[in-house]
Design a protein around this ligand. Structure first.
Ligand code: CO
Length: 134
């Protein structure tokens, strides 16, 4: 069911510093900053030959990732995103398997303008999983 790894998301306390690490130290191409108020994040995309890394910084203390940063003050890996062809079919299959889809199970529009869902880490080896329909 899952296809390519679309991206790995890393939460950072400071997006400018995270950008500098990936652009200057690691020599990657990093996008301009985008602000996604509906997700509570500022984000840059690190373009790699085979996937992307998203660096996420909370907009404010109400951001869904603010708590993550409280527990991981220097930042850390937040989720992995796998591509699926049909997100509703994927959701229904996962629910039938007993997996928990976060929120009300309705796909939201993610950072790339495509429908996404998040899955409970407890069901997926302790890792928050995002599914994106491509
Ligand atoms: Co993501």
């Amino acid at each position: 069911m899952i296809g390519r790894l679309n991206h790995v998301a890393i939460v950072v306390p400071n997006l400018a510093a995270g950008t500098a690490v990936y652009r200057d130290t690691l020599g990657a191409t990093v996008s301009a900053v985008q602000t996604l108020p509906e997700h509570g994040v500022h984000v840059v995309f690190v373009e790699l030959p085979n996937t992307k890394i998203e660096l996420l910084e909370p907009i404010d203390a109400r951001s869904p990732i603010a708590k993550f940063l409280e527990k991981n003050p220097s930042g850390g890996m937040h989720h992995v995103c796998y591509e699926v062809a049909d997100i509703l079919a994927a959701r229904d299959k996962l629910k039938a398997e007993g997996a928990k889809v976060l929120g009300d199970g309705t796909p939201r529009i993610g950072a790339h303008g495509k429908p996404v869902l998040f899955l409970n880490p407890k069901d997926f080896c302790g890792t928050l999983v995002e599914l994106e329909q491509v």
